[in-house]
Design a protein around this ligand. Structure first.
Ligand code: PY5
Length: 312
C-alpha cells in the first residue's frame, strides 16, 4: 500500500549507498558527519509511477542535473557522474521490485573529517526510494501565508535544493499544519509571493498563467517547467514569469501549486478567502489531467522525459 511522506511506514528492502546496493538495515551514516551538523548537503525528489509492469521515472536526467547545479552552488563535488547516478536509480528500482508509485530521493552530503566550517570533508552519496501515494489533496488544498519569510539569494543560495534550506520549509509547513491548513505559501524578502513549502506557485488570471521568475529565491521547479510547456505547447495559454503581490492571490481566478511530490495541487482557499469559485479551477484541472498522462509517457511529444524500468 502506498504511503505519503508523513506516515510512510513501508521501508524498502534496499538502498544505494556510496556506490553499492545495501540492505535497508545497513544503510547507515555516522553521527560525526558534517552534513548532519551544518546541513551541508543537496538532494532531489523524483517520482516513479507504476504502470503496465514498469516503473516510469519522470525527468530523471533533469533532476540529476539540478542535483549537480545545487552541489556546485555549495562548493560540493559529487564523486559520481550523472550517468552513474541514473544507472544507480534504475538498479535500485529494479532490485526493490516496486509494484506501486514511488518517490526517489538522491542525497549527497559532506561526511566524516573535521567539524570545521570550512571543512571540505569527502562527500557521501545515497539514493533511497519508497512507495509513495499522494502528498497533497489533488481536489483542492487550503493554504495560509506563512509568517516565515523567504530570504533573498544574497543571504545564501536559497535556489539550491540544499538540505539546510529545508529548515525554513519544515517550519512553514508545520506552522500551516498547526493552524489547520494544508500548506504554507511564503513571501520573499521584498514581500512578493515566492512559493509553497515544497512547491512552486501559479495563478490564473483572465485566461493566462502567472508564476514568479526563476532566480527570484524560488527553486527552479521541474514540475513548474513541465506546466509552462503544457500551457504554451499544448494549450496555447500564455505564461508570464513575473513577481506576484499577496493581494493578487486573493483575487486570482485559479491558483495551483506544482511539485514532484505535490504534482498539480489546486488551491481553493488562502487565509480564509475562497479562490475563484472555491473549487479546483477548469484550467487547473486540464493541466492536472495532461500532467498525469505525460508522467506515464502517454503523450508522444514528451515521451523522452520518461525512463522505464520493467519490474518482472
Ligand atoms: N520549491 C521547493 C522549495 C521544493 O522543495 C520543491 C520540491 C519545488 C519547489 C518543486 O520542484 P519540482 O517540481 O522540481 O519537484 N519539493 C520536494 C518534491 O520532491 C518535496 C520536499 C519535501 O516535490
Amino acid at each position: 500500500m502506498a504511503k505519503n511522506l508523513e506516515n510512510q511506514i513501508v521501508w524498502p528492502r534496499y538502498v544505494w549507498l556510496n556506490g553499492a546496493i545495501v540492505e535497508w538495515g545497513n544503510a547507515k551514516v555516522h553521527v560525526f558527519v558534517h552534513g548532519l551538523h551544518y546541513g551541508t548537503g543537496v538532494f532531489e525528489g523524483i517520482r516513479g509511477y507504476y504502470d503496465s509492469g514498469a516503473i516510469k521515472i519522470f525527468r530523471l536526467e533533469d533532476h540529476m542535473k539540478r542535483l549537480y547545479r545545487s552541489a556546485k552552488m555549495i562548493y560540493m563535488e559529487i564523486p559520481y557522474t550523472i550517468e552513474q547516478l541514473i544507472e544507480a536509480v534504475k538498479e535500485l528500482v529494479q532490485v526493490n521490485g516496486f509494484k506501486s508509485d514511488i518517490y526517489i530521493r538522491p542525497i549527497a552530503f559532506r561526511g566524516l573529517g573535521s567539524f570545521g566550517l570550512r571543512a571540505r570533508n569527502p562527500v557521501e552519496t545515497a539514493i533511497i526510494a519508497i512507495e509513495f501515494g499522494k502528498y497533497l489533496k489533488p481536489d483542492g488544498i487550503r493554504c495560509m501565508i506563512s509568517s516565515w519569510r523567504k530570504p533573498s539569494g544574497d543571504s545564501f543560495p536559497i535556489e539550491a535544493k540544499a538540505t539546510a534550506n529545508y529548515l525554513l520549509y519544515h517550519l512553514s509547513s508545520l506552522e500551516a499544519a498547526n493552524h489547520g491548513y494544508d500548506e504554507a505559501i511564503l513571501l520573499d524578502a521584498e514581500g512578493y509571493v515566492s512559493e509553497g513549502s515544497g512547491e512552486n506557485i501559479f495563478i490564473v488570471k483572465n485566461g493566462v498563467l502567472i508564476t514568479p521568475p526563476v532566480y527570484s529565491s524560488i527553486l527552479e521547479g521541474i514540475t513548474r517547467d513541465t506546466v509552462i510547456r503544457i500551457a504554451r505547447e499544448m494549450l496555447g495559454v500564455e505564461v508570464f514569469e513575473r513577481r506576484i503581490r499577496r493581494a493578487e492571490l486573493y483575487v486570482a481566478d485559479e491558483i495551483f501549486l506544482t511539485g514532484t511530490a505535490a504534482e498539480i495541487a489546486p488551491v481553493i482557499e488562502i487565509d480564509g478567502r475562497p479562490i475563484g469559485s472555491g473549487k479546483a479551477g477548469e484550467l487547473t484541472k486540464k493541466i492536472q489531467e495532461l500532467y498525469q498522462q505525460i508522467v506515464l509517457g502517454k503523450i508522444e511529444r514528451y515521451r523522452k522525459w520518461v525512463v522505464e524500468v520493467s519490474i518482472p
